[in-house]
Design a protein around this ligand. Structure first.
Ligand code: F1P
Length: 348
């Protein structure tokens, strides 16, 4: 268990505490900056894991602040700007990046500043990064720096930082109070997730994984899919759970395991989907809160009693450990995924 990936997964609740302190220490400055920028639209951007952070962050940001927000892959900011940035609106571009050196994120932030299309903000774990040089508005989380190629603790910490920003901008103290509970709840979730995810991972009847999440939770499901693909190279896909019914469900066989990120308001629809998936032969694991009414499938109950918006990062330990334990079971090295480096730097 001495791999960097394992250590970085396990240490997450401790790093969340530091992230909360780091961001809330800057509360007054963040509040003032956002009031100064006065955005009509906030665009979250990144690549890979950092793009998936952006999907979850954008949904929560709009829900919390009422300001229009969306997620866009960093490449689209400078390759198809007219399609993703409204020149008639005051925009803020928030770029997430572990390395802070990914070419598309750097170019996206440079592009909007050069063409005065948006104010730029960067969230990164690397204090000596290009994004920190480009924008004066950088939130650095140096305690999250990772050795593994595979991003794990960076996903949850950068997401948590963006949620705290949403809480600050909306002056929503009850939301911030819920986020502050995450480190303590996260320790318990991490302990319980280990045995549960290991058992699911080692069930080799299943070698196709489908991750389902709606809205903000599509970002979480996407990250589950990416961890499985990067570490094991097995078939893994992601869908909105109701969209999954509209065609993709045809791929389900008795070799498919479906991981469903449960959201409180749609548990009735989720239960019906589980029934159908089981009928088609799939194994199903539902992850969420208050899952007592799910029968005929596996459940991982977070037992957080937090709102859907606050508990997002708690889904990650199970998803990360699922990919991790399957990788170990396959005799692969989770620290060194095939064909992948820590940062993608494009030549042109
Ligand atoms: C993002 C990223 C990762 C991916 C790989 C290459 O990097 O695409 O999501 O797993 O490590 O880099 P970053 O911009 O967050 O540093």
């Amino acid at each position: 268990m001495q791999t960097n990936t394992y250590q970085e997964i396990k240490r997450q609740p401790v790093t969340w505490q530091k992230t909360i302190e780091t961001v809330l220490d800057k509360r007054a400055a963040i509040d003032q900056k956002f009031k100064g920028m006065c955005p009509e639209e906030v665009i979250f951007t990144g690549c890979g894991t950092s793009y998936y952070i952006s999907i979850t962050a954008a949904h929560h940001f709009q829900e919390m602040t009422g300001i229009t927000a969306k997620a866009v892959p960093a490449s689209e900011i400078f390759l198809t700007p007219d399609a993703v940035i409204n020149k008639n609106k005051k925009s803020v571009l928030i770029g997430s990046s572990r390395s802070g050196n990914t070419t598309e994120v750097v170019q996206a932030l440079e592009f909007v500043q050069k063409h005065q299309l948006a104010d730029g903000v960067a969230i990164t774990s690397n204090p000596k990064s290009k994004v920190a040089d480009i924008t004066a508005n950088t939130i650095v989380l140096p305690h999250v720096q990772e050795k593994s190629v595979v991003m794990t603790s960076t996903f949850t910490n950068l997401l948590l930082a963006s949620q705290l920003i949403a809480g600050i901008v909306s002056e929503n103290d009850p939301y911030i109070a819920e986020l502050k509970q995450l480190p303590a709840i996260g320790e318990q979730v991490m302990t319980r997730a280990a045995s549960s995810a290991k058992a699911t991972a080692e069930d080799t009847q299943y070698d196709q994984f489908i991750f389902l999440g709606l809205g903000a939770y599509l970002g979480l499901a996407s990250e589950g899919m990416l961890k499985m693909k990067e570490m094991t190279q097995l078939y893994a896909e992601v869908f909105n759970p109701l969209e999954f019914r509209h065609g993709p469900i045809s791929v389900v066989t008795e070799k498919t395991r479906v991981l469903l990120m449960s959201r409180s308001p749609m548990q009735g629809l989720e239960r019906d989907l589980v029934t159908d998936l089981r009928q088609y032969g799939a194994g199903v694991t539902v992850i969420g809160d208050q899952l007592e009414t799910f029968n005929d499938c596996e459940t991982f109950d977070l037992q957080s009693e937090l709102s859907d918006q606050s508990r997002a990062v708690l889904y990650l330990p199970f998803l990360q450990l699922l990919a991790y334990y399957r990788t170990i079971h396959m005799g692969l090295n989770p620290d060194k995924p095939r064909n992948l480096d820590q940062v993608v730097v494009l030549k042109n």
